[in-house]
Write a protein that binds this ligand. Sequence first.
Ligand SMILES: [Zn+2]
Length: 431
Amino acid sequence: MDSLLTTKHHFSSDLKQTKLMTAHLFSWLALALLIVSCSTPQKTGAPLSYDPPGSTNTRTKSIELQKKGTFTIDGVSVSNKFDGARMNAFEKLTDSLYQISIYPENAPINMSPWYSFKIRSEERKEIYLHLKYRDGKHRYYPDHSHDGIQWQPLDSTRYVVHEKDSAVLRLSLTNRYQWISAQELLTSDNNEDWISQMATSDFVLRKPIGKSRNDRELTALQIAIAQKQPLLIVISRQHPPEVTGYMAMKAFVEELISTTALVEKFREKFSIVVVPMLNPDGVDNGHWRHNTGGVDLNRDWQFYNQPEIDQFQQYIHQLVKMNELDVVLGLDFHSTHNDLLYTFNNETFPDQNGVVKTWIKRLREAFPDETITEEDGGAESPVSKNWFLHEFKAEAVTYEVGDDTPREFVQAKGKASARIFMELLLDKYAR
Ligand SMILES: [Zn+2]
């Protein structure tokens, strides 16, 4: 999948918006009027916010499953029969206008409507496709693929956001399937391939640490674990659509298993654990946010109501105890609208006791043309960052990557982050 990362180009959101304003304005305007007249009014939905009410109650809730299949109307077929798909209903509104409805697994829910489906037509046909959300507003710029493996952002002249709640795509259909997806598809099968690839290094041990609610394996990579060492913990993909965070995590970890002198020295002095996909059920079921217990896993870190979090915490505690390890840093990779690092303030975790503030300073020096934004994420909410602090007095960062951040930069920053952290951690703990 690495070739994908280096060949991909994502436009910045601003550029997309500017392009949208140009050539096709008038035809789109006519279409928007058409949609207003022929579709039922959109529910306004909750405002875009970090936490909808009730999301810190992590007791198991019911979820709605999407009906899987291939659905055909007048020769146009849409399918959600693949891992990561989300497509709840397909309708024809007029001769050239079709509609796909996208529902969340349950609600209330964070505003991250994931969609992914493939579409074809028996005869060549140009159609407009309205993406309509229940309990959500449009967020993800569509990606397009001819094989479900190589992805490109959909041409900006073929896409318009309809009053921010929904989107309309213009597609040229043929009898070959084309995939449309909120982000690149990286499912539990892709994760399994990556884990196998990482585990070919002789200092990397693949370790099953439990099962998800739907019986998918939760897997850790144990890298150079040795007695009485400082421990670095890396986790990712609690939130299924957050693919850019997952890409950054992979770049970070790939740097940790490379063979430079710095990395080899780091692996002599430090132990590392990586759990790359904490919510495989949510990923494969095309969820917007939750696991199959209908819960935001990144609000369960004080309660352990969900098996994914409970088994992870038991595994870490056992590993730490058995090897007398000292957890010094926890990193949790996510995605949001823009790149952002959630950290602790100086009162919660004095800067001089850790390495994170220096890491951010060094990152800014490494990428002087980029904005590296840091925000105090607090210390009380039941998220993983605060769990690292309260359980182990460890410093921690929620490493957020923008949805549309160019993939080359996601990778470069992930690798640079790993190098800078290794230098700083060696300096602080292993002189
Ligand atoms: Zn997240």
